[in-house]
Design a protein around this ligand. Structure first.
Ligand SMILES: [Zn+2]
Length: 95
């Protein structure tokens, strides 16, 4: 019993594809370098759906509604006040 180690298979690799001819010396038009894709900051959800939060069977409103315009008119949340974009009503936050 003589074990013969299997001869290593020498596979001849096909010749590499010829590189693109570098003879083309035509000046390539200078393209404006594309700026890196700006990552959009998803600051805040837009739309009225963002004003509501559903908790179980109840909904809570993220912003107060305008007293003048009635429910459905949410007030913008500023750092010290809420304002209604519809009528201009401003309510200052109580500290
Ligand atoms: Zn209003």
């Amino acid at each position: 019993m003589s074990k013969k180690p299997p001869a290593p298979k020498k596979e001849e690799l096909p010749p590499a594809a010829p590189a693109a001819p570098a003879e083309e010396a035509a000046p390539t038009p200078v393209k404006k370098a594309e700026k890196g894709k700006r990552v959009k900051k998803h600051k805040e959800e837009k739309g009225v759906h963002a004003m509501y939060k559903i908790e179980g069977n109840k909904i809570s409103r993220a912003r107060p509604t305008c007293e003048r315009c009635g429910p459905g008119y949410f007030m913008a949340d500023h750092h010290d006040r809420y304002t209604c974009g519809h009528c201009g009503f401003t309510r200052y936050k109580q500290k």
